[in-house]
Ligand binder design. Sequence first.
Ligand SMILES: [Zn+2]
Ligand SMILES: [Zn+2]
Length: 303
Amino acid sequence: MKCDKCNNKAIEHIRYSGAHLCAEHFTEFLEERAKKEIRGIKGRAAVALSGGKDSTALLHFACDKIEEVIAITLNEGIKGYRDESIKIAADNCRALGIEHVIVDLKKEIGFSIDDIFSLYEKRGIKHAECSFCGVMRRYYINKVAKGMDVDYLLFAHNLDDMAQTALMNITHNDLARGLPPYSGRVFVKRIAPFKWIPEREVAIYCFVKGINCHIAECPYARVAERNRYRSAVNILEKGTPGARHGIVKSYDRISKLFCREGEIKRCRECGEPTSREICKRCEMANTLHDLKNSPDFSFSEEV
Ligand SMILES: [Zn+2]
Ligand SMILES: [Zn+2]
C-alpha cells in the first residue's frame, strides 16, 4: 500500500481517518496535532518524564519544538521496573543535553511504592498503588516545577489514556475531576500535547524516530482498575473507529459545564495548593505512617 501523500510505502493505516501514511507523512501528521496543543507557549517547559514510550517521545518532540526544556522524573521505587526506566530517561536527557531532576519518593515520604505494596499486603488492605503513584507524581512534579521557575508542565497522556479516564470519571459520577492534566487545581500550567494521539501512534513515532525508551509494564498495573477501562475503550474503538475522539471531545464539553474552579487553599501541613484543609499527598503519607506505627502492624509483619 502506498502513502496517500507521496509515492513511498505506507507504514500505517489510520483507521479513524482512513489515511495510509509513509514514515515521513505519519510523523508530520502526528507532530501537527501535538504542535496545536503547544501553540503560543513561551518560556520554560518541563516534561514529566518516566522513561516509557509516551513521555520519552514527548521529551524528544518538546526539545525539537520548544526552546527551553527540562525533565522531571519521580522515582516511586518499583524494583526491576522504575530503576530501569530512570536509567533510560537519564540517557535520553544526556543525549539531548537537557537538565534532568529526579525526585525520590522514599526520601520524600519515607515509603517507596514497593514499601506501600508490602505494607498493604501485610495488612490485608485492597491495593491502591496506582492512586498513590498518581497523587505523588502530580504533587512532586508540580512542586519541583514551581521551584525551578517552569512556566509549563508537559504530560504525555495520549488519547487512549484520556478516553479511559473520561469513562472512569463518568462511571464514578465524578465529572468535576476533569481530564488530565487536571487544570485549575495547581499553579504551573499543564499541557498534554499528545492528548489527541492514540497510544499506538505514539509507539510508531518512537519506532520511526529511533527513540530509546523503556518498554515494560508496571508490575502493579495488573491490579489497576484502569485495565478494565482500557479493554472497554478498545472494544468501542474497534467497533466504532473514532470512538476515543468522541468520548474525549464530549467529556471536555460536558465537564466544562460542571467543572467549577474550587477555592485554592494552602495545605495545613505542607503549604502546597489544595482545595482541602490537608492535601491528598499529606493525607496519604499520614495514613501510611499510622498504618506502619499501629501496634498490630509489627505483629502481622512476622507472618
Ligand atoms: Zn508519504
Ligand atoms: Zn500537604
